[in-house]
Design a protein around this ligand. Sequence first.
Ligand code: SME
Length: 150
Amino acid sequence: MNSNHDLLLQQLAALLKGEHDPLANAANLSAFLYHSLDAVNWLGFYFQQGDELVLGPFHGQPACTRLPIGQGVCGKAFANKQSLTVADVSKFSGHIYCDTASQSEVVVPFYHDKMTGVLDVDSPDLNRFDQQDTAFFEQVVRIYGDSISH
Ligand code: SME
């Protein structure tokens, strides 16, 4: 975690403070981070509905609305209950293309009692996300979960 990440986490917590609605906070989180991070062309949420992940609030180009759990980067991260960081999406077997500009991707799943789903972040650059970035997005998801816990 670098100092810019620390600052963004503090700002995000302040932005979400006092509001507990899952969609409102997902929307503001997406807008804030999309405009705060370099080399990100898509950032947003998919929420679980049965055996699918359904598109939620996001920033970027229009995206696929339904992703099967267990397939693609989002579906695999969710099924395996583990963050997935993909340096080159063209080399990820089963990657689902929504925006052909996306070259690398990180997905962090969450299992809150109010909402389950994933945070998905795409970059037009190869190898955009390192372990520190993944740890940062895991903290982002934790702040999101805390914000809707009331
Ligand atoms: N690439 C994702 C699909 C979602 S879009 O990137 C917004 C996947 O393979 O699950």
